[in-house]
Design a protein. Structure first.
Length: 591
């Protein structure tokens, strides 16, 4: 990820995201605020209606208490419990006169009131008869009444005398005015009987007397009826595609729940416009800030990008990179300092290159002195011994060993001297257009008998479309001859020598295009700790090596403005891979 991308991502996380999150939070909070407002208003309506229902129910209970604790009712039940028939008849007549007058007062709220003894036998009845009431229960008015029971106890002894059972009209308990109050034009109230699981009040007559599942089930509000076990609360549901909020109050006596519902959509437009405008403003501010930050960051990081590209050029070997113009800011100062650093590195490399050969010559001279002095001493002593044997007229058998030593030391001295002379050669190479493929072919032709003797197969993949370079053919052939010889010596038991060429865009100072030659063997490879030493003079891993082969090859390639490198092995790869890169000639093909 680039620095610009990191800065933009950081700004998005720390700057834009909080603003957008705040806007979304306010947007969602406004919705909740509207729902809370509706819930508070509907809760007040439901609370008032529930209080009136409780008051009306308490009034009905006081009516029943009056019917159960008056003197005539008490006398009737005591006489019946004592089994005194004469007293029971007199008490019945007195109770009938009193209860009929009372019924005229409470009649609108009840359909029937029964006075039962302790065995459940009816002693007295007010209102419609039993059979008539049964017919009502079979008709459409089944749920227009609720049953309320009141125990009849002796006022003096608290002995149970019987039970008073009343069929109370539900409309006597439902406060029409309170239930007609609503919040908004589409608001309404509902009363649900939890024990009977029926709808007692609803503005739509289709829901009246229906089971609560018709209202609360999946086809209705899709609300769990178990929530009404709480004393108070609010629910959110959808009805006919409209979002609604209802507050409820659950009574213990009667076991009813009063709900007041209002539409969210009825009150949402002003809130929606406000929160939408706020959200758009939030997003607009975030977009403007983001655009300004991106433009500023782009301007600031453009110079860093150019400076990074220049650093990549330097890393690739190009010490003349395109640097951004120095400025007064930190990036401009860094660009100026980087330019000075590149210039110093370029001068240092030039000085190192100039002193490289001088250091090598000094090292050659020191090593040459050491390598020649001891062999010459041995040769001198052994030749003196051989001279005395010759002076005596014979060559004794024990003189064979000195002769052998002399020949070995002389051969070793010859290899060292020849290597030093080749390195020290300063003649200018012949600059002529020459085919790299031809140089490879000639080098292979010289080594073919040796390669065949060592059972080394050669695999050529010379796919370079252009292989003409300007240089010394003999030197180039010597480079490939040296690389092929090293590969052959790395595979004494046979193997495969792979040679591949390709044309590619050049890097560094090789020009516009270059030809690349890749020489790979299947030998033991070069240990990592020796990779930096194999191009040093006098360094060799072979017992009979002089340490000049790769030095000469690298020297020849660099004289042709090229590069000789040891390629890094991939995972699982064996052997050594040397790569020669030479700039292609701009002239025509050699004839």
């Amino acid at each position: 990820m680039t620095l610009r991308a990191k800065l933009i991502a950081l700004f998005a996380v720390l700057g834009v995201a909080p603003i957008v999150a705040l806007g979304l939070f306010n947007y969602i909070r406004s919705i909740h605020a509207l729902e809370e407002l509706i819930a508070s208003r509907t809760a007040a309506i439901a609370e008032r209606a529930a209080e009136e229902v409780a008051d009306r129910y308490a009034l009905r209970q006081s009516d029943l208490l009056l019917l159960a604790e008056n003197a005539e009712t008490q006398r009737l039940h005591r006489a019946h419990l004592a089994g005194d028939g004469e007293e029971t008849g007199a008490a019945y007549a007195a109770a009938d006169a009193y209860l009929r007058r009372a019924w005229q007062v409470i009649n609108p709220s009840y359909r029937r009131v029964e006075f039962l003894d302790t065995a459940g036998v009816i002693l007295y009845t007010l209102g419609v008869g039993r059979m008539e009431l049964d017919r009502v229960e079979l008709g459409s008015e089944l749920y227009d009444i609720i049953t309320v029971m009141q125990p009849i106890r002796d006022i003096e002894s608290a002995q149970e005398l019987g039970t008073l059972v009343a069929a109370v009209r539900t409309r006597a308990l439902l406060p029409e005015n309170a239930l007609a109050t609503s919040f908004g034009r589409t608001g309404y109230s509902v009363v649900v009987d939890r024990s009977g699981e029926r709808v007692l009040h609803h503005p739509r007559r289709a829901f009246l007397r229906q089971h609560v599942s018709a209202l609360l089930g999946p086809e209705g509000w899709h609300v769990d009826a178990g929530r009404f076990s709480n004393e108070r609360g609010s629910i959110t549901y959808e009805e006919d595609g409209i979002q609604r909020v209802a507050s409820f109050v659950s009574l213990s006596t009667p076991p009813w729940t009063v709900l007041s519902s209002a539409s969210v959509d009825e009150f949402a437009p002003p809130f929606t416009r406000t929160r939408l405008v706020n959200l758009i403003l939030m997003l607009l501010v975030a977009a403007v800030i983001s655009l300004a930050f991106i433009l500023t960051t782009r301007r600031m990081t453009r110079s860093l990008k150019s400076l990074t590209a220049a650093a990549d050029q330097v890393a690739a070997g190009d010490f003349a990179p395109n640097l951004p113009s120095p400025g007064a800011d930190e990036v401009g100062k860094l660009s100026a300092a980087f330019g000075m650093m590149v210039e110093q590195v370029r001068d240092m490399l030039r000085r190192v290159q100039e002193s490289r050969h001088l250091a090598a010559v000094g090292q050659f001279a020191s090593q040459l002195s050491h390598e020649i002095r001891n062999p010459l001493t041995s040769i001198k002593l052994n030749l003196q011994s051989l001279e005395r044997d010759v002076a005596g007229g014979r060559i004794p058998e024990d003189s064979a060993r000195p002769v052998e030593i002399c020949l070995r030391e002389v051969s070793r001295l010859d290899r060292v001297v020849r290597g030093v002379l080749n390195v020290a050669r300063t003649r200018e190479p012949v600059r002529e257009p020459w085919s790299v493929h031809s140089a490879v072919a000639e080098a292979l032709e010289v080594l073919r008998p040796q390669l065949e003797e060592q059972r080394i197969a050669v695999r050529e993949d010379l796919r370079a479309s252009d292989d003409i370079v300007r240089g010394d053919a003999e030197q180039l052939k010597g480079v490939f001859l040296n690389l092929f010889l090293n590969a052959a010596e790395a595979m004494p038991d046979g193997g495969t020598l792979r040679i591949a060429t390709e044309s590619r865009k050049a890097t560094g100072e090789l020009g516009a295009r270059a030809v690349r030659v890749r020489v790979a063997d299947e030998g033991p490879g070069v240990p990592p700790e020796l990779r930096e030493k194999i191009f040093e003079p006098f360094f060799s891993t072979k017992a009979e090596g002089t340490g000049f082969g790769l030095v000469l090859a690298q020297h020849a390639v660099e004289e042709h403005s090229g590069r000789l490198t040891l390629e890094e092995n991939e995972v699982g790869q064996v052997g050594a891979v040397f790569v020669v890169e030479l700039p292609l000639s701009t002239e025509g093909q050699a004839s």
